[in-house]
Ligand binder design. Structure first.
Ligand code: AMP
Ligand code: MG
Length: 346
């Protein structure tokens, strides 16, 4: 199959209506289209068409037990997809939709079981990216869309990365430029007594608490699941976001970091402005600025591969705000390998 890449916007920044129409008609016909969103690029199919959804799993090589997120364009689109809309969901939608927040709700039988990998719940999000919203409206169907990478590799934040993974596997990629947020959406489950974050992302835990009050953070966000444990968010159990390099996160000051890596033959993943300390460095955003780190992280992981990096030491993000989402991705990319430099044993 030949993969076409079409610009989602015209030179005057307006939506490329012809490209949207072409994408909408492919989706209506049960085909896959890679689409830009504010988080990362998505690999979309008609969420109500079981056969189309199966193509997503095949194109990505995605494990069958890892459910997809369904993307909608209006709040009214939510009702037919779920059996109940709790008050908390209405409040979150009012505050953060459209935007990088996914809510887990009880699944309506109208949503094919394959979308949710057989779970009784369904994940729903309303993207704010204008091309994604225009496409959902033009197609007139909800779109199931996981990140548009091959399973296991970092999520793609631009069309070239999508093409590198999906060339020959899908008919069309809409190129909407670089993704602004750079990491996937926050996933919060509203099934259960207290809302719980299953995956941190573009909407911070602090923002959720400002609307809902009590919000829990699932253990799997920061820690490796124990062997045999059931993941509340199945995606969290897979080795993810992983470049080929062997990454170790070093937690501590820049000074201790420099001491630790001195004399080691390694590539350094550091913050902007720190590169001059190292012979080989790739940067991922500014220190103390989780949003800028998120915007750069997946690009930086792909750059490490392009440079053929084998051993990588990474500076550790802070765990508040967007930093939690950055840490959650980086610790998985590092296979949970972290050294605490403030620990006197080191
Ligand atoms: P991706 O689309 O690649 O960002 O992956 C979607 C994420 O949402 C994965 O981590 C899934 O495990 C999670 N997810 C999707 N649907 C559900 C659900 N019904 N319950 C819990 N997690 C879900
Ligand atoms: Mg993904």
């Amino acid at each position: 199959m030949k993969t076409e890449v079409l610009p989602a916007f015209l030179p005057d920044h307006s939506i490329n209506e012809a490209a949207i129409r072409k994408a909408a008609s492919l989706l209506q016909g049960g085909e896959l289209v890679a689409i830009p969103t504010e988080t990362v690029y998505g690999l979309a199919a008609n969420a109500l068409d079981e056969a189309a959804v199966a193509k997503i799993f095949a194109a990505k090589g995605r494990p069958q037990d890892n459910p997809l997120i369904v993307h909608i364009a209006e709040f009214e689109d939510l009702e037919p997809l779920v059996t109940e809309i709790p008050e908390a969901a209405k409040r979150l939608a009012k505050a953060f939709w459209p935007g990088p927040l996914t809510m887990i709700l009880p699944r309506s039988p109208r949503v094919p079981a394959g979308v949710s990998a057989g779970l009784s719940t369904v994940a729903i999000r309303m993207p704010i990216h204008p091309a994604a919203a225009a496409l959902i409206r033009a197609a007139g169907i909800p779109l199931a869309a996981p990140s548009a990478n091959l399973s296991g590799s970092p999520s793609p934040t631009n069309a070239a990365y999508v093409l590198a993974d999906m060339d020959g596997r899908i008919p069309l990629i809409l190129d909407g430029g670089p993704s602004k947020v750079g990491v996937e959406s926050t996933v919060v489950t509203l099934v259960g007594s207290v809302p719980r974050v299953l995956r941190p992302g573009g909407i911070t835990v602090e923002q959720l608490r400002s609307v809902l009050g009590e919000v829990e953070v699932d253990d799997a966000v920061l820690h490796k699941l124990k062997d045999g444990a059931v993941a509340a968010s199945p995606g969290m159990k897979y080795k993810h976001y992983a470049p080929r390099a062997d990454i170790t996160i070093l937690k501590g000051t820049l000074e201790r970091f420099c001491d630790y890596v001195a004399g080691k033959d390694a590539t350094i993943l550091c913050f902007q402005g720190e590169e001059s300390h190292f012979a080989h460095a790739v940067t991922y955003g500014k220190a103390h600025d989780g949003a800028s780190q998120a915007a750069r992280l997946f690009d930086a992981l792909r750059e490490l591969d392009e440079q053929g990096a084998k051993t990588v030491y990474a500076r550790c993000p802070e765990l508040d705000g967007m930093g939690l989402a950055v840490y959650n991705r980086l610790i998985r990319a590092a296979g949970f390998h972290l050294v605490d430099l403030d620990d006197t044993e080191n």
